[in-house]
Design a protein around this ligand. Structure first.
Ligand SMILES: [Zn+2]
Length: 223
């Protein structure tokens, strides 16, 4: 059994339009997912950028606020395709103003969702519901936060483990493409995403090419 890794990227700039999180409306399918905690949201349009990303030395690029979308430069696409990496497809993000395609990066799409496999007992989680603590309610009301207005869907998301490994049941990992997403949602507050996991083969290609811009955290697989 090979190892698997949770992949994240450095974050450069914001998805457009950034005022009032306007990108959500233009990038995600309407009426899908919870409008408060964002569990279940689904991308249906290209991400919109202000400029071509400047981080010239990073082959992997991400956006602030969006933790589960990966953008890559041309050599990554070429090399992954050459090596027969599975579970991915590519498309061009667009400029917010002109709606023309960016030329320097692709979005790397990962659409395979693992079965439920997270072993969650070392993780903290939060439920989408009216907050319980008086101090939190006061604070969120002062900020005019949607998190005290609802609607509340009652679903759970897990906070990203700090200094601990994400742990999964080993069973579903036996016959998977090289890129998958977790079934479970992670994040906090209004942020919700499905982390991307990569195979040992992908990790080796990233390291061999000395590509920059990714963070890889090994996950633990248990019988
Ligand atoms: Zn919710």
């Amino acid at each position: 059994m090979n190892n698997w890794y949770h992949i994240t990227t450095g974050q450069f700039g914001y998805p457009q339009p950034e005022n009032d999180f306007g990108y959500l409306e233009l990038t995600y399918e309407p009426n899908i997912g919870c409008p408060t905690c964002h569990i279940g949201i689904k991308q249906n349009n290209p991400f919109r950028f202000k400029n071509e990303p400047k981080a010239k030395n990073s082959q992997f690029i991400g956006l602030n606020w969006v933790f589960d979308k990966i953008f890559v430069r041309e050599p990554v696409k070429t090399e992954f395709e050459k090596n027969g990496i599975t579970g991915i497809s590519f498309s061009r993000p667009i400029f917010h103003k002109s709606e023309k395609e960016l030329e320097s990066i692709y979005q790397l799409h990962v659409d395979t969702i693992l079965p439920e496999a997270l072993i969650s007992n070392n993780l903290t989680s939060e439920k989408c519901e009216y907050p319980k603590e008086e101090s939190a309610i006061k604070f969120l009301k002062a900020m005019d936060s949607p998190l005290v207005k609802g609607p509340f869907c009652g679903q759970i998301k897990y906070n990203f483990p700090q200094g601990k490994k994400m742990t999964f049941d080993i069973e579903p990992f036996k016959n998977l493409p090289d890129f998958v997403r977790t079934f479970e949602w992670f994040g906090s507050g209004a942020s919700a995403n499905r982390p991307i996991l990569i195979s040992e083969k992908v990790k080796r290609i990233i390291e061999l090419n000395k590509w920059r811009g990714t963070f890889l955290d090994q996950i633990e697989l248990k019988n």
